[in-house]
Design a protein around this ligand. Structure first.
Ligand SMILES: Cc1cc2nc3c(=O)[nH]c(=O)nc-3n(C[C@H](O)[C@H](O)[C@H](O)COP(=O)(O)OP(=O)(O)OC[C@H]3O[C@@H](n4cnc5c(N)ncnc54)[C@H](O)[C@@H]3O)c2cc1C
Length: 345
């Protein structure tokens, strides 16, 4: 049996892609089921739930630490992936919560399993992907999601969640709301279609079709297109600290949308299934002049108005200050309230 270590006063700088220099009071790594059992024992013995917060971290690519974390941070390092089941048309692939998301997508692509290719190059882990129902290039995780397994952090009970129980929405799920910090997602199963069984390729988004230049689509070609497009548009967190899009695209009622459109005829909008309209947070922020804005070491990417960046020594408070300036400015100019996409702690 592995002896799980609980470390005291550990730096989180390498554990958040903003590169913010914050510490956690306690830190451990979860590599296997025994580590989960040891974590539950330690939590019970140290009254974590009553006296101390408890945070699970995968790749730290959707977190902003405004201050030191006065609790226990557990990094999920569970590894492994396998084909759980298959039939003539579909394959069910299960990956452990600590698997790197992009490596997993590329593995599926290499096996000619289609469905996740549009989600290439999103940082983070498999276990965190359902939390905000990650999405990009016209696809969301929910489109290929079959089920997940999770351990209740209070009782140690294991639960299986099927799609309808996850309450997936736009960058939302039950794990980001009611069940936040209550469950450790140990594995996720995806239903993927075999590439020779006519997958419905999603190419009508932000230059994917143009990148293919008339070639017959394959999961590998679409994945390559998405990677190339993302590399042009988004700053690499290995080079400059960021958490991808910092704001969600606002979803407006028809009345709010019509009022916005009447004053701003060029504002982009996309109809939603429920009669609501989604508009572009990037467009609104750009109109307020924030692209390339900088306040000390905290700023907005020159490549993308939605991406807050840490030029070096920005603290979480510095970055949150810029976020608040942007939110106030957009609300003042357009009457639209922006919501942060990453978790702000
Ligand atoms: C450059 C860049 C580009 C990005 N592009 C996109 C994009 O296109 N689309 C998109 O949707 N997101 C995008 N993101 C955001 C981010 O990559 C995703 O949200 C990703 O799923 C976060 O994974 P993570 O492992 O880093 O999670 P973390 O940041 O470590 O954690 C995020 C949340 O998940 C919880 N969590 C983590 N692991 C588990 C687990 N095993 N069980 C239970 N809870 C857990 C944490 O407690 C936290 O609440 C981008 C980020 C960056 C830096």
């Amino acid at each position: 049996m592995r002896d799980m270590q609980i470390h005291k006063n550990t730096s989180l700088k390498a554990l958040n892609t903003f590169g913010v220099d914050a510490n956690t009071k306690y830190y451990c790594e979860i590599h296997c089921r025994d580590d989960i059992a040891a974590l539950l024992d330690w939590k019970a013995a140290n009254k974590v739930t009553e006296n101390m917060p408890n945070l699970l971290v995968g790749g730290g690519s959707n977190l902003l630490f405004k201050s030191d974390y006065e609790g226990l941070v557990s990094q999920i390092c569970l590894a492994g992936k396998d084909i759980a089941d298959e039939n003539e048309q579909y394959v069910y692939v299960t990956a452990a919560g600590g698997e790197n998301w992009h490596d997993f997508v590329r593995w599926c692509v290499a096996q000619q399993f289609a469905g996740l290719e549009n989600l290439s190059l999103i940082p983070g882990t498999v276990g965190a992907a359902p939390i905000q129902n990650i999405g990009a290039y016209g696809v969301e995780l929910a489109d290929c999601f079959e089920s997940l397994q999770a351990v209740d952090l209070e009782t140690g009970e294991v639960f299986e969640y099927h799609k309808s129980a996850c309450k997936f929405g736009y960058r939302e799920s039950i794990f980001k709301s009611q069940m936040l910090d209550k469950l450790l997602i140990t594995s996720v199963t995806f239903k993927l279609i075999k590439e020779d069984k006519n997958p419905e390729w999603k190419m009508d988004y932000a230059g994917v079709r143009e990148f293919l230049a008339g070639k017959e689509p394959t999961a590998a070609l679409i994945s390559d297109a998405v990677i190339a497009l993302r590399q042009c548009k988004l700053p690499d967190p290995a080079v400059i600290g960021n958490a991808g899009s910092f704001f969600k695209n606002p979803v407006l009622s028809l009345g709010e949308w019509q009022a916005l459109k009447a004053d701003n005829p060029n504002v982009p909008g996309w109809e939603q299934a429920n009669g609501l309209m989604k508009t572009s947070a990037a467009w609104l922020i750009d109109q307020c002049g924030f692209k390339g804005y900088r306040q000390g070491d905290a700023g907005v990417s020159e490549k993308h108005a939605l991406v807050l960046v840490n030029y070096g020594k920005a603290s979480g408070i510095d970055l949150w200050g810029v976020a608040q300036e942007i939110m106030a400015s957009v609300e003042n100019k357009f009457g639209v309230v922006l919501e942060a996409e990453p978790r702000v702690l």
